[in-house]
Design a protein around this ligand. Structure first.
Ligand code: SF4
Length: 333
């Protein structure tokens, strides 16, 4: 017992020092951290709470999305209800009209979101008329809606990304989803490098880049550490954290959700490996964390998605705003 306490104390002390300084855990330290028993979770949270406060204060970044093109995707990501390969019954529709996107952005701003992302299904938005609609929506948002303009449009070319940036897009979102080692088990229709390349181009073009993952796909803790190392190497600005909400009809349909403490440990791992970055908890929050949702901030999250997810409903934004207030935190201005 004494040995276990000393061991926990050792790695937590290192974690606190290295994360407060902004350096973050090395790979071997990260492996020690993830081996801490679940019974150490509150000691771990006392470390990550201090680290989050040091780098992010008490402000929470709130973002919202609109599913601007749903279903009909030719890729085969095993968790996704929008792939044509799986009979999920998801709503299918082509690229939304600009006015509908702007309306959704205004509604998100009213609900308290600071950032708003236009998300589309498919490997990339490529039709010229869809890119024109996007540009039109971005211009209208710039003129009339007070939100940071983000988009998640797949593996866009450098040219299209540059064109969108010129027309008011500020952030680009593209998840790596999981580690390079585990990726072939969840997707066979494109290579991991294609995802890495988009993130790299978006960084080079000067976007604020959001790239993170989906947890609960059957990946190991080694995979999670490997993903964090890849995101650190790419120097992404924000890490969206999603937890699997198994969708009927997909190959992941029968998967178990993660235990809430495991979710908190995942967030803590990211905070301790990438201490100064934004960490935004997104899809699967309610289903996986249940009544432990307020602890995401002590675990290191500095933001969360409010409102509905891509294909599943979220909880009432007013409940999330109340939770933030009750925790003594406040939405980032
Ligand atoms: S995650 Fe994206 S690329 Fe993969 S199947 Fe779903 S919509 Fe297509």
């Amino acid at each position: 017992m004494l040995f276990m306490y000393t061991m926990n104390n050792g790695i937590l002390k290192i974690a606190l020092e290295k994360a407060l300084s902004g350096e973050g855990l090395s790979l071997s330290e990260a492996h020690s951290m993830v081996n801490l028993p679940d019974s150490s979770i509150y000691e771990l949270l006392s470390v990550t709470e201090r680290v989050r406060r040091r780098h992010k204060g008490v402000e929470v970044n709130l973002c919202s999305i609109v599913n601007a093109k749903s279903g009909l995707c030719k890729e085969d990501c095993s968790f996704c209800a929008q792939s044509v390969k799986y009979p999920t019954g998801v709503k299918e529709y082509p690229f939304a009209e600009p006015d509908d996107i702007v309306r959704a952005a205004a509604c998100a701003a009213e609900n308290g979101a600071r950032e708003f992302s236009i998300v589309t299904s498919g490997s990339r938005v490529e039709k010229e008329k869809d890119v024109e609609k996007l540009i039109n929506a971005l211009k209208k948002m710039k003129d009339g809606v007070s939100v940071e303009r983000c988009a998640s449009l797949g593996m866009l070319s450098r040219e299209t990304l540059g064109e969108l940036k010129k027309n008011g897009l500020q952030s680009y979102h593209h998840n790596l989803e999981t580690s390079r080692s585990f990726f072939p088990k969840i997707c066979s229709t494109h290579k991991y490098d294609a995802d890495v390349e988009v993130v790299r181009i978006a960084k080079e073009l000067g976007f604020y880049v959001c790239s993170g993952g989906l947890f609960g796909l059957g990946e190991s803790w080694e995979d999670r550490v490997e993903l964090c190392a890849a995101l650190r190497e790419l120097d992404v600005d924000s890490i969206p954290v999603n937890f699997l909400n198994p969708r009927p009809g997909t190959p992941m349909e029968g998967a178990a959700t993660l235990a809430p403490i495991e979710c908190l440990k995942i967030i803590a791992l990211i905070r301790l490996m990438l201490p100064a970055k934004d960490i935004v908890v997104c899809g699967g929050r309610q289903v996986n964390l249940r009544d432990l949702q307020p602890l995401i901030f002590a675990a290191g999250a500095s933001g969360m998605m409010i409102g509905d997810y891509l294909t599943t409903p979220g909880r009432e934004p007013k409940d999330d705003l109340q939770m933030i207030k009750d925790l003594g935190l406040r939405p980032r201005a």
